[in-house]
Ligand binder design. Structure first.
Ligand code: SAM
Ligand code: SF4
Length: 326
């Protein structure tokens, strides 16, 4: 992990990416950050500062059909999948809080950001406020033009979702994806990063731990190194529908996980790769730090502290013997 990433982690600014010095020259944002640092450890119910990071869902449309995606929950249980591309004019309603915001990530939740035709107008709007901006993508709709545009519009980082280095498995988890195409896109990002000498631009991979891929992470790091990415951001699968319960990372034996995590940390260090691992096991005092710095804004304007807990369902199958454990 780089010094910048360690600083970011220590102060609880963000998870995967490094802090951007150039973006902390805004007085209201700096003031907001200072108040956050002072109060963040008290876990207040009402906080005297505004959000540090925004996750903004700009589309609920997607060209993939990943079986574990939250979209399946809407189809089966929540009365139909919303299909909406958020309009720039609605995004503009966020204007009053944007001078305080440190970073914005597109997209949290149900869709693929590149399905929204106004994607670049929305990015440009956030960049007007000098906000650190990044996007998550399945990579399939990204063309060479979009990559150039990513640099032209001064996007700070991108995160491509790849949950294994094994082609067949990847194409099953990301249903609709083509492995080689995804690899080419990540390589093209690296090529342009080098050509443009964009040292601060970060390329990340998002890896979701599941019961059927958790051992892949060790060899996956070789792929990450080969692709010359800057960080690997790992989280655990949130199981949205009952038929996916056996894919949960919670069903894996804790000692197995501990062994894999130790090897993963050691290997990432050796390869000089930025790595963020999820918590190994739930504990009674395990409080998610996102709650005190993070805000997710959904396509319909509703707001939640976490992108995955937007509905009022009781639990997301993070259960053991029918008790909620996380
Ligand atoms: C919902 S997607 C939206 C962006 C884009 N469509 C993509 O797949 O990258 C955002 C991130 O959530 C991850 N994700 C999808 N389903 C998940 C689940 N059930 N639990 C945890 N993360 C999940 C994806 O791998 C992706 O990295
Ligand atoms: S690509 Fe992203 S949004 Fe689309 S189905 Fe897969 S996880 Fe869901």
């Amino acid at each position: 992990m780089s010094i910048k990433q360690s600083i970011s982690r220590f102060f609880g600014i963000e998870t995967g990416s490094k802090p951007q010095i150039v973006n902390i020259t805004r007085p209201r944002m700096l003031w907001n950050m200072l108040i956050y640092f002072l109060f963040r450890k008290f876990n207040l119910i009402k906080v005297p500062y505004k959000a540090i990071n925004l996750m903004v869902e700009i589309s609920t449309v997607c060209n993939f059909k990943c079986p574990s995606c939250e979209r399946e929950l809407y189809k089966n249980e929540l009365g139909g999948l919303p299909k909406e591309n958020v309009k720039l004019e609605n995004i503009k309603k966020l204007t009053p809080i944007l001078p305080y915001i440190y970073s914005v990530y597109l997209v949290s939740g149900l869709g693929e950001p590149f399905c929204n035709k106004e994607f670049w107008d929305i990015v440009r709007f956030f960049k007007k406020f000098k906000i650190k901006t990044g996007y998550f993508s399945n990579a399939s709709l990204i063309t060479e033009e979009q990559i150039k545009r990513t640099f032209d519009e001064k996007v700070n980082n991108i995160t491509i979702s790849i949950d294994t280095h094994i082609k067949e498995k990847y194409e099953k988890i990301k249903k609709g994806a083509e492995y080689e195409n995804m690899l080419n896109i990540v390589k093209l990002f690296r090529k342009y990063k080098n050509e443009r000498n964009a040292k601060n631009f970060e390329i990340g991979l998002n890896y979701i731990f599941r019961s059927d891929n958790y051992e892949d992470i060790i060899d996956f790091l070789d792929l990450a190194k080969e692709l010359e990415v800057d960080f690997v951001l790992c989280t655990s699968l949130i199981t949205h529908i009952e038929s996916e319960v056996d894919k949960s990372f919670f069903v894996v034996d804790i000692e197995n996980k501990r062994k894999i995590f130790d090897q993963t940390k050691e290997k990432a260090k050796r390869l000089n790769l930025g790595l963020k691992l999820p918590k190994l096991e739930p504990t009674w005092n395990n409080v998610c730090d996102c709650l005190w710095r993070h805000m997710s804004i959904f396509y319909d304007g509703t707001v939640c502290a976490c992108p995955y807990f937007r509905t009022d369902r009781d639990f997301y199958y993070h259960v053991k013997d029918k008790d909620i454990v996380c």
